[in-house]
Each structure stands twice: as structure tokens, then as C-alpha cells.
Design a binder for this molecule. Structure first.
Ligand SMILES: C[S@@+](CC[C@H](N)C(=O)[O-])C[C@H]1O[C@@H](n2cnc3c(N)ncnc32)[C@H](O)[C@@H]1O
Length: 308
């Protein structure tokens, strides 16, 4: 029996140790609500082929685009977290390349990939440069498949800067001038990156904080949604999906990082959830996982091994 038979379970997590290209072959068409990932930047990290360069990056994206599009539901979202490629002190913003590749075929598609936001993720720490300004941001490209999509703004509102501020004149004089439920978090997100003393830090060299996928999951999916991360690394998106009570499918090619993901999820199932809270959301999440963990929740570790 193939893995997708599991996909009808009310809640589950499929963690695949292998190439995402192989996992894609197991996922039915139009099955996924949200794809969140941060792919390899081809920067000679421990998990990358030392010969990988910017052309490798482009080839990888061209290779997987067809499957990304195929498995995504109409109205579903793609959130591609990406930074810069650096060669000989020359920087290339990778989101430009991703945008070009992802939208290249739009004129041939009934449901084109439409860019909704280019979110700037800023963080306070990183390498200090002496020959240019130190890099303190990366990007998240949010695309939707087609015109219609969900955006649950009320689930991700953040406190107003001046919560009690009121109109001082006009027909609304005396009323609150901002939405009492909080404001739109905007397209600039200041969230600490995962450095050595961060509670979420694992051995993975390039984690993103759980708060990023968590905010995207809340805004762009409903509680029965299915999230996919084809390059899951240490499983930050998996943990975010777990906390937000969503189903999750992910691939990681390196055994050691895959093991990290499994460990993080197993710890979370036991109630040991190590995450750094996002800015306090105005609407508290009453849907967090542990209390509501369904009986049938389990981890499927391998693509073809139904009972593991
Ligand atoms: C930038 S990291 C992702 C980090 C992740 N967002 C986190 O928070 O831990 C990219 C990951 O993709 C994995 N990877 C690279 N090529 C892959 C492939 N073809 N299939 C699955 N995983 C792959 C790498 O081993 C690496 O762990």
C-alpha cells in the first residue's frame, strides 16, 4: 500500500528520510494546502555538495517546480524562505531567481502562481561584515495557486503600538482608532534567528525559528490543513504544524537531520515543546496540539513502510 493511504487520517505526520523528489511521487495531485520551506542556498554548508553553485540552485528549482505545482491545491499557498547566495563577495538575492522560475509558465496556466507578499524577515544577530553592511534580513516569498485563497488575518494580528488610542475629533471621536483585535503584522517580520543560545537550537546549521512557519500556517491554512516541507532540515515546520494542530508531510535527505526532526516531534508528543513564542498574538491559539492530540496520531517514518 502506498503512503498516501495514510493521508485520510484525521491527524498525522509523515517524515521521510530521503530525496524530496521521491516523496513527491507519493503525493496525490492537489493534496497540499501550504508548502513552506527553506531550500539549500548552495553555500557549501555541511549538507550541500561542495561543487553546488548558483546553477545548481536554479536546476533544483526547475526540477521540483512541476511537482510543487501539481501537489498544491488550487487556492493553496507556497512560502519560500530564502536569503542570499554569496560568491567572491558578490551577493545574489535568491528570491529573484525563485520568482522568475516559479512564474515563468504563468501564461500557460489556468491557475497561475501569484506573488502575494515578499516578506522581509529581519533578525538582530549574524556575521559582522567589515567590507559591507552586515546582513540582517532574509526573505519569504508567498505565492498562491490561482486567484482565490484563504488569508486568516485575525489569527495573526499583533498588538497595536498604542492600543488605547482614540479618535480625538470627527464623527468617531472617543472611539478606538485601531482594531482592538490588533493590527496586521505587516510584511516586515522582526523575529530572532536561531543562534547558539536560542531555545530551539539543534545541531542543524540553518534552522529558521518555528515562529515563522507558525505564523504562516495560522494565516494561510485552516485546522484541517496539510502542510508540506520538502527540505525540512531539523523539522521546524513540522513542529509548527504540530503546535497548530495541522497535518504535515516532510522530507530530509540527511539521516542526522532527519533524526533531529523525529526527536523534536517525539518530544513534542510527550509535551516537551521547546519553542520561542512569537509576539503575543491577540487571539490566543486555543487549538494547540498536545491537549487535543488525536488518538490516531503517529509518525510515519518511511515512505513505503506503512506500519513503522
Ligand atoms: C536550509 S535547510 C532547512 C532548514 C529547516 N528550515 C529548519 O528549520 O531546520 C535545507 C535542508 O534541505 C536538505 N536537503 C537538501 N536537498 C534535499 C533533497 N533533495 N531532498 C530533501 N532534503 C534535502 C538539507 O539536508 C538541509 O537540511
Amino acid at each position: 500500500m502506498r503512503i498516501y493511504k495514510h493521508y485520510n487520517k484525521k491527524s498525522f505526520m509523515t517524515l521521510f528520510n530521503g530525496d524530496c523528489a521521491k516523496l513527491f511521487t507519493e503525493i496525490p495531485d492537489e493534496y497540499i494546502d501550504l508548502i513552506i520551506t527553506s531550500p539549500p542556498y548552495c553555500m557549501k554548508k555541511s549538507y550541500e555538495d561542495p561543487k553546488a553553485d548558483i546553477e545548481t540552485f536554479k536546476k533544483l528549482h526547475k526540477k521540483i517546480l512541476g511537482d510543487i505545482y501539481r501537489v498544491l491545491k488550487p487556492g493553496g499557498s507556497i512560502c519560500w524562505q530564502i536569503g542570499y547566495h554569496v560568491t567572491n563577495a558578490c551577493i545574489t538575492p535568491l528570491d529573484y531567481l525563485v520568482y522568475e522560475i516559479f512564474t515563468e509558465n504563468n501564461d500557460k496556466l489556468k491557475q497561475p502562481l501569484i506573488l502575494r507578499n515578499r516578506i522581509i524577515w529581519t533578525f538582530g544577530h549574524g556575521l559582522n561584515s567589515t567590507q559591507r553592511f552586515s546582513g540582517r534580513h532574509e526573505m519569504i516569498l508567498w505565492f498562491t495557486k490561482g486567484e482565490k485563497y484563504d488569508f486568516n488575518l485575525d489569527c495573526v494580528r499583533v498588538p497595536q503600538k498604542y492600543p488605547g488610542k482614540r479618535y480625538y475629533k470627527g464623527e468617531h471621536k472617543g472611539e478606538l482608532s485601531g482594531n482592538p483585535q490588533g493590527k496586521n503584522p505587516s510584511d516586515v517580520w522582526d523575529i530572532p534567528n536561531v543562534k547558539a543560545n536560542h531555545i530551539e537550537k539543534t545541531e542543524h546549521p540553518c534552522q529558521f525559528p518555528v515562529a515563522i512557519p507558525q505564523r504562516l500556517i495560522r494565516a494561510l491554512t485552516n485546522p484541517d490543513g496539510i502542510i508540506l516541507d520538502p527540505f525540512m532540515g531539523s523539522g521546524s515546520s513540522a513542529l509548527a504544524a504540530f503546535v497548530e494542530n495541522r497535518r504535515f508531510i516532510g522530507a530530509e535527505i540527511q539521516q542526522n537531520y532527519y533524526n533531529l526532526t523525529v526527536k523534536r516531534i517525539e518530544n513534542a508528543i510527550r509535551g516537551n515543546i521547546k519553542i520561542r513564542e512569537d509576539v503575543p498574538a491577540m487571539t490566543p491559539n486555543t487549538n494547540t496540539a498536545v491537549a487535543k492530540l488525536p488518538e490516531e496520531f503517529r509518525i510515519v517514518r518511511e515512505c513505503k513502510n506503512e506500519e513503522s
